[in-house]
Design a protein around this ligand. Structure first.
Ligand SMILES: [Zn+2]
Length: 427
């Protein structure tokens, strides 16, 4: 099958846009030109909208197996497609945990059957995510997994992280870390700051994150392991990573849209739509995160899409689980509140969502070029909308951004050569 996507624009290196047409054959981009004359089986008019490489999200929770009431591979990847994402990496806090080859094989089969976009699963660092026994990192690294992580919890002892990183380095696999020292979390549910005081809720100190990153960058230096920090949220974490990079340590990092666009002051009531881990931090932390992205300390943006049911989230800050739905809101929010406000330019934003995550993990995705995978999204930058959680394709309807006005909506997404999302009103 040959598809011709005609009458589009693409974003050039220097930020200009240029007319373009794409000929896709099977799952590969065959030709990109201002006009493609070759015939195709099907012609799709892109309506003069911008065609971008499919977004790559290295931090997504799909909840399957074991949490299908919260999200499934089918629903989560439909949400990804709607958000313009064509490659997502699935976190291992499922039941069972992908901690041995058979479970990974089963998961890869499920993904093949049910996913609308490419899903690269993580394996866990410790068996059952219990923090007790290491998985067989050497063996698992051959099983078609993306990387190793115990996301959701930090690796508590330096000894265990040292062993994990040594084994991962020997297999040339990255260790991806949720950084949280449990000994100084003190049962916190929200950032330890002004808002935790006002709402009288136990606070999560910034130090619980940064202190573990400081430990880990030294372990990464000692082992030569590629160490990737999940959802950086504090100014101290940014500083530690910046210094580690200066010292030549192989560390990379991601930040979420919600930490870039919000801080603790957004929390005005005991509303668990604002409960995520790490929590929304202070204003100065929020500023440091954007600065970190702009100076290259932080490499990319990842959503930490972490869906839950409405019932789960009804319990307020003390009882609800951490996490929000993020795949369908990421691009419109970032475009509206970072690009249109002229804090960053569009090319930078697209890089953080495509080529940067792909490059740091050696993935051949995130580019729009001849011979590359036919992964792309067509975005209408002028289209206005309001974030409406009730329209989410994700099973998770929890977001602190409900009712936010946005511009810049992905209207069609193509993954591995197939149209996996098309807005109702768009044809
Ligand atoms: Zn996490």
């Amino acid at each position: 099958m040959k598809y011709l996507f005609k009458n589009a624009k693409r974003l050039m290196e220097d930020g200009r846009t240029e007319r373009c047409e794409l000929l896709v054959e099977n799952d590969v981009i065959r030709t990109i030109a201002s006009v493609v004359t070759e015939g195709a089986d099907r012609v799709i008019d892109c309506d003069n909208q911008l065609i971008l490489p499919g977004f790559v999200d290295v931090h997504v929770h799909l909840r399957e197996p074991g949490g299908e009431h919260k999200e499934t591979i089918a629903a989560g990847t439909k949400a990804a497609a709607r958000g313009g994402f064509t490659t997502i990496c699935a976190m291992p806090n499922t039941n069972p945990v992908p901690d041995k080859e058979e479970t990974v094989d089963w998961l890869l089969e499920k993904i093949k059957q049910n996913a609308s976009v490419r899903v690269l699963p993580y394996a866990s660092i410790t068996k059952g995510l219990k923090g007790e026994e290491l998985t067989d990192i050497g063996k698992l690294s051959q099983a078609g997994i993306f990387a190793f992580t115990d996301d959701g919890v930090g690796i508590q002892t330096a000894d265990q992280m040292l062993q994990a990183m040594s084994a991962a380095a020997a297999s040339k696999m990255p260790v991806v870390a949720h950084c949280e020292d449990n000994s100084i979390v003190y049962g916190g549910v929200v950032h330890d700051g002004k808002v935790s005081n006002r709402l009288n809720l136990p606070g999560i100190p910034s130090l619980s994150e940064s202190v573990q990153i400081a430990r880990d960058v030294l372990l990464a230096e000692a082992t030569g392991c590629h160490y990737h920090v999940c959802h950086v949220s504090t100014k101290e974490s940014v500083r530690v990573i910046r210094d580690a990079k200066k010292a030549g340590i192989h560390v990379t990092a991601e930040v979420t849209p919600h930490h870039l666009l919000m801080n603790e002051q957004a929390i005005t009531a005991d509303d668990a739509n604002f409960k995520m881990n790490p929590p929304l931090r202070g204003v100065d932390d929020q500023e440091a995160l954007l600065e970190g992205l702009l100076d290259g300390t932080i490499d990319c943006i990842a959503t930490d899409h972490a869906p839950h049911t409405q019932d789960d989230k009804a319990g307020g800050f003390l009882n609800a689980p951490f996490g929000i739905s993020g795949l369908e809101t990421a691009f419109p929010l970032l475009y509206t509140y970072l690009v249109r406000t002229e804090k960053v330019d569009l090319k930078q934003l697209i890089d953080w969502l495509t080529i940067r995550p792909a490059r740091i993990f050696d993935l051949p995705y995130g580019v729009l070029e001849e011979g590359a995978a036919a992964d792309f999204t067509v975005v209408n930058l002028e289209k206005e909308s309001k974030i409406n959680r009730n329209t989410f394709l994700s099973k998770g309807k929890n977001t602190p951004f409900h009712d936010w006005k946005v511009k810049g909506i992905p209207v069609m997404t193509v993954a591995e050569g197939k149209i996996v999302y098309k807005e109702d009103t768009y044809d």
